[in-house]
Design a protein around this ligand. Structure first.
Ligand code: ATP
Ligand code: MG
Length: 393
């Protein structure tokens, strides 16, 4: 029996956004994610996308990938048959045999998107319900609380029979909202922030600050590994690794210790913004959460923000750590994030960071540094690598 994936787009989103742009972007993202799995015919019609394997391409693997593509509300594996009621009846009974055997009660829901089909939806449901009761005498119909719902959709390209749909990743197709730069550390928070903004349709560019020789090659690899996981949802991206030790040493040598973290974070914003502009990004993204550490108080965030002209998105700002961890587990970044490798921020940590900093004093302290030259040097020495879903390059 011929099987396909039947993918449902976010109807709510379709109203707000330009429908064609949304659909075209989603199609492109699906094609790209499935291209290495084999040949698939992928087409859109009537707010539904069908993915049909060719030459024995692996539909199960395709379903796993589709579950991580933003812009999809639900999807199901379905069998596709001729638009003939007798074929629909016998195919449904056979295709859904395991589920119908296990269930005690069921109901049928039908949808006739192709109005040329001679039977209306309630008639299709009635005919199939009757047929299944004959074929599976242990079954009863329960329209309110059935164990199993049989779904029939009669569409332009064929009739589809399937069970309950699976939940998709939701959100908006990556790329439809433009591009933004995620400041990514090896921690728990920033990969979650990246995922959240990709979910809202942003394509990502990643910027990571490393401090060799204080931080190791392995710590950088950990960040790349995190991005590989995120890219299963967010798609391919470029990772910029910025050598940051010199900036940190200069701050240590010339600025008051209690302002160290904030001045460093302001440098991160400046360097990231430069890279972001070159990459065509319209915003920066960080994993900050209000009150989590000294550099994430309202006053500290105001000082960090003042170093950047671009909007800074902080999707975790109002979230508790436990909520963030829940997402990190769900997107499978948590276990990597907690691996004990040093981060550039943890290498140089002041004993008593200022929690309510005043921008005036920070600007004064920064006078001791040649900020522009340091930023330029960082950008000039950046290391670039491509990140692809599911693999190290
Ligand atoms: P995370 O878990 O994301 O590391 P955190 O709670 O440890 O966050 P900080 O270390 O203060 O908080 O960092 C706040 C944010 O600054 C991070 O979420 C990230 O966006 C950015 N950031 C921190 N360190 C780096 C780094 N080495 N490279 C790039 N961005 C960084
Ligand atoms: Mg951190």
């Amino acid at each position: 029996m011929k099987e396909v994936l039947l993918i449902k787009l976010g109807e709510m989103v379709l109203k707000g956004l330009n429908r064609n742009t949304f659909e075209a972007a989603l199609l492109k993202n699906i094609r790209r994610r499935l291209e290495l799995l084999g040949k698939f015919d992928i087409r859109a019609a009537q707010s539904t996308i069908t993915v049909e394997p060719r030459d024995g391409a692996d539909l199960e693997a395709a379903a796993e990938r589709v579950a991580k593509i933003f812009g999809i509300v639900t999807f199901s594996r379905a069998c596709v048959v001729e638009k003939n009621i007798d074929v629909i009846l016998t195919s449904a009974a056979e295709y859904l045999k395991p589920e119908l055997t296990a269930a005690k009660t069921f109901k049928v829901e039908s949808k006739r998107a192709d109005k040329r089909f001679p039977l209306k939806s309630p008639e299709i449901s009635a005919r199939l319900g009757e047929f299944l009761l004959q074929q599976y005498p242990h079954l009863r119909v329960d329209v309110h609380n059935p164990d199993f719902v049989v779904r029939v959709e009669v569409r332009d390209y064929g009739a589809y029979v399937h069970g309950p749909a699976l939940k998709g990743a939701g959100g908006i197709p990556v790329g439809t909202g433009g591009k933004a730069a995620i400041l990514i550390s090896g921690g728990i928070d920033s990969p979650v922030a990246a995922w959240m903004m990709a979910k809202r349709g942003l394509e990502l560019t990643a910027v990571h600050f490393a401090s060799p020789p204080y931080t190791s090659e392995r710590a950088e690899q950990k960040v790349a590994d995190l991005l590989i996981k995120v890219s299963e949802y967010a798609g391919r991206m470029t990772m910029f690794t910025v050598p940051f030790a010199k900036v940190q040493e200069q701050i240590m040598a010339n600025c008051p210790e209690e302002l160290f973290t904030l001045i460093m974070r302001r440098f991160m914003m400046r360097v990231s913004e430069k890279i972001a502009r070159c990459e065509g990004c319209g915003a920066l993204i960080t994993g900050e959460s209000l009150g989590q550490v000294a550099s994430q108080t309202m006053q500290a965030i105001a000082c960090t923000d003042a170093a950047a002209q671009m909007p800074v998105f902080r999707p975790l700002i109002g979230m508790d750590k436990t909520e963030i961890i829940q997402i990190a587990r769900a997107i499978d970044t948590f276990e990597t994030s907690i691996l004990p490798f040093e981060d550039c921020c943890t290498v140089f940590t002041p004993k008593h960071p200022r929690t309510r900093p005043d921008l005036k004093f920070i600007l004064q302290a920064e006078q001791a540094l040649d900020c522009d030259a340091l930023v330029e040097e960082c950008v000039a020495n950046v290391k670039i690598q491509r990140i692809y879903p599911g693999k190290r390059v």
